[in-house]
Design a protein around this ligand. Structure first.
Ligand code: MN
Length: 239
């Protein structure tokens, strides 16, 4: 075995940290470690995409923590897409470790919740699906993980049938309730914790209701979930 004894002390260059997510009622921010996203977690959305919900197990894709974009921003219209879609989502933020937990204990790892948008380059995702390639170009890109301020779990209370809604230029585009999710939050955490050592800073975007659609430069988006801080986003011109 080759023992590598070189100890690095200083970074060769500086990598900017991902933005901290504001927390309702707290002065400190929430540092983001990883971003997991659930696919097809609302039956009506799976249907509008021509898919069926997989009742065997949830599935996931990921985004870089550096894709985080805070509510209130005006983003550049994303690169290399003609069909960038909004996906309004209920975001779960972890505040404790979870590894091989069952659903009954999974909620102990939850810190709080937020309104989020999983921006998606639908044309690139569709092209990847056609070629049985990974979704990264469609999902994991700069400013693609929009998030509003977190509300602590204890303030929000139980996840029930709270309304989740996305309004595009004043018109409601997506509307459902959190009870429409195929996989519940404890089920998702329990399942994901079989594959990862989940830790504080890990976010889970829990999937989107039906009504996804394209955004264009100049669009104004409002994302709302009962009991959470609303999300505001403006789409600017292409870079
Ligand atoms: Mn999504």
């Amino acid at each position: 075995m080759l023992a590598l004894e070189i100890v690095m002390t200083d970074p060769f260059f500086h990598v900017p940290a991902a933005p901290l997510v504001p927390i309702q009622g707290q002065s400190g921010g929430y540092p983001v470690r990883r971003i997991f996203c659930v696919g097809r977690n609302y039956a009506a959305h799976a249907a509008e995409m021509g898919n069926e919900v997989d009742r065997e197990a949830p599935f996931y894709f990921t985004k870089s923590a550096h894709d985080i974009c805070l509510s209130g921003a005006t983003i550049a219209y994303p690169l290399e897409t003609e069909d960038c879609h909004h996906e309004m989502e209920f975001v779960v933020a972890l505040g404790a470790d979870a590894f091989r937990v069952d659903a009954a204990e999974a909620m102990q790892a939850v810190f709080g919740y937020a309104c989020g948008i999983d921006l998606t380059r639908r044309d690139l995702q569709a092209a990847a699906k056609d070629k049985r390639r990974p979704w990264d170009l469609g999902k994991d890109f700069e400013q693609s993980a929009i998030i509003a301020a977190l509300t602590p779990k204890t303030t929000f209370g139980a996840i029930r049938d709270q309304a989740i809604r996305l309004t595009l230029n004043g018109q409601v585009a997506q509307a459902a309730t959190l009870s429409d999710m195929v996989w519940s939050v404890p089920e998702i955490i329990a399942h994901l914790s079989r594959f990862y050592h989940l830790q504080p800073g890990d976010l889970i975007y829990t999937g989107t209701p039906a009504g996804v659609g394209a955004v264009r430069p100049g669009d104004v988006l409002l994302g709302e979930i009962d009991g959470l801080t609303p999300l505001h986003l403006t789409v600017g011109p292409a870079a």
